[in-house]
Design a protein around this ligand. Structure first.
Ligand code: GLY
Length: 470
């Protein structure tokens, strides 16, 4: 946990496009005995409604207009969840873990090729005055690779965090500057208040674990991951279960790669899993699991029934199933656009393991950079996680009924996530810690990496570098 905290703080500085203290995170921790899931997902501000992303005529705003705004900013959770995990598992003092980022922010760091290419591809960030003077030169060009970037404002914020922990983002000058940034957005202000920041709570949740037997070797692995509001572990459990009901379960690699037949079964299994994801999964504090337990989505009979839908030709558009005989008024949620996010995997010599996926959602989030005036230059970016909610209320189904989408905006609700930090075990020992950036594609990235390692026996680097399908 100490390492994960130090890494996350430094990522706020050196990979600001992907994650940081202005966003949210899922932290999965294993201490050699048990797995624990710490949920630091952002929440909707208390005044947010399901009409948030509608224009004055009641039509959904263009997606990017919602993203680049104050509307899209969820109440950040990363700092609070790390503090919670540190209280339970940290060994070094909290303030010690914040020192590396303070030093790097003051002395400067070399702008990476990755950050530079993100800046080159970016059209909106320069309109934020704080970001414009931090990332771009006087001609409005992104600073080059290797440029030494200093962030005195972030150093000041981090000094406050070293002293006051997550309280530094709940009251005082940084919290006030954050709220002002959201509420005074020049085109689409948001509703966030200091009370929203003060009320934010990280949550400890029961992780979801399932067994996966590799049919070609007979070896059984256990995979543990995050429960809702993440959708990833549920989907991967369905995909692996469905695949084992098809000939794919017994297929081997052909010349080091999955065969065309295997890929057919894989894509069909993924389609079926994503159909259930869109129909059923959302913040568990607002939406009930089918049959009262998310694991009904992994029920062996149910997955066998789902597998029987796979034939020689693609089903193209999969429909959700009916787990646990669910009667639901839900309508499926539409596809989302999302890109950002970071993943951190940590293990120590004692076997303590952390899989942490962390995000400000889109690349550079909502393009709002907070500066509290403590350091003249720089700051940190705010998330646009609210666009992980469905953009518009109610859809009319073929039957003419209006369905309520489970992942609609509601006050204090957590938005559905694809972030999929996972720990894979063999005989109780961790063999793989993984996760990925990539919005919805995270789920297939993680599924492919797990399958490549566990089912196909690829070395880790090969498994990560192999082509993947979404
Ligand atoms: N914003 C990425 C995710 O939570 O899925």
């Amino acid at each position: 946990i100490d390492a994960a905290i130090a890494v996350q703080m430094v990522l706020t500085l050196v990979e600001p496009q992907s994650s940081g203290i202005g966003g949210g995170a899922f932290v999965l921790h294993h201490d050699g005995k048990k797995v624990e899931a710490y949920d630091g997902r952002e929440t909707a501000p208390s005044a947010a409604t399901d009409k948030l992303f509608l224009d004055t005529q009641g039509k959904p705003l263009p997606f990017i207009d919602g993203v680049v705004s104050g509307l899209s900013v969820g109440v950040p959770g990363t700092l609070t969840v790390l503090e919670m995990a540190h209280k339970e598992h940290g060994k070094l003092p909290w303030a010690t873990l914040i020192q590396p980022v303070i030093q790097l922010a003051e002395e400067g760091f070399k702008l990476s090729p990755r950050l530079h290419s993100a800046l080159l591809a970016e059209n909106y960030l320069i309109n934020d005055l704080v970001a414009a003077s931090y990332f771009y030169d006087a001609q409005g060009k992104p600073y080059p690779i290797g440029h030494i970037l200093k962030n005195p404002e972030l150093a000041a914020v981090m000094r406050d965090i070293a002293k006051r922990g997550s309280q530094a983002l709940k009251d005082g000058p940084v919290a006030e500057a954050l709220v002002k940034k959201v509420r005074q957005h020049p085109t689409r202000p948001g509703s966030m208040t200091l009370q929203d920041l003060a009320n934010y709570k990280a949550k400890k949740r029961e992780p979801l674990c399932f067994d996966h037997t590799v049919q070609t070797t007979g070896k059984t692995y256990q995979l543990c991951g995050f429960p809702p509001p993440s959708s990833g572990t549920l989907a991967i459990g369905q995909m692996l279960g469905i695949l084992n009901n098809t000939p794919a379960g017994k297929m081997q690699l052909e010349q080091g790669l999955p065969s065309a037949d295997w890929l057919h079964f894989y894509t069909e299994a993924a389609r079926l899993a994503f159909a259930d994801r869109g129909q059923f999964v959302a913040d568990p504090d607002f939406v009930q699991a089918p049959g009262g337990d998310w694991r009904t989505l992994w029920n062996a009979h149910y997955l066998k029934e789902r597998s029987s839908l796979i034939g020689a030709q693609s089903i193209k558009v999969a429909q959700p199933g009916n787990p646990a005989g669910t009667k639901t008024a839900f309508a499926p949620m539409p596809a989302q656009e999302e890109y950002g996010t970071s993943h951190i995997s940590v293990i120590d010599k004692f076997g303590n393991a952390v899989a942490m996926t962390t995000t400000i959602e889109a690349v550079f989030g909502s393009r709002n950079m907070v500066n509290s005036g403590q350091g003249r230059h720089g700051g940190f970016l705010l998330n646009n996680e609210m666009t992980d909610f469905n953009p518009a209320p109610g859809v009319t189904k073929k039957s003419g009924q209006i369905g309520t989408k489970p992942n609609l905006v509601a006050p204090n609700k957590r938005m559905l996530s694809s972030m999929t930090p996972v720990l894979v075990y063999k005989d109780g020992k961790p063999v793989l810690i993984t996760g990925s950036p990539g919005g919805r594609t995270i789920i297939n990235t993680v599924a492919c990496v797990v399958i490549n390692v566990v089912d196909f026996g690829m070395p880790l680097q090969e498994a990560v570098a192999a082509p993947r399908l979404h």
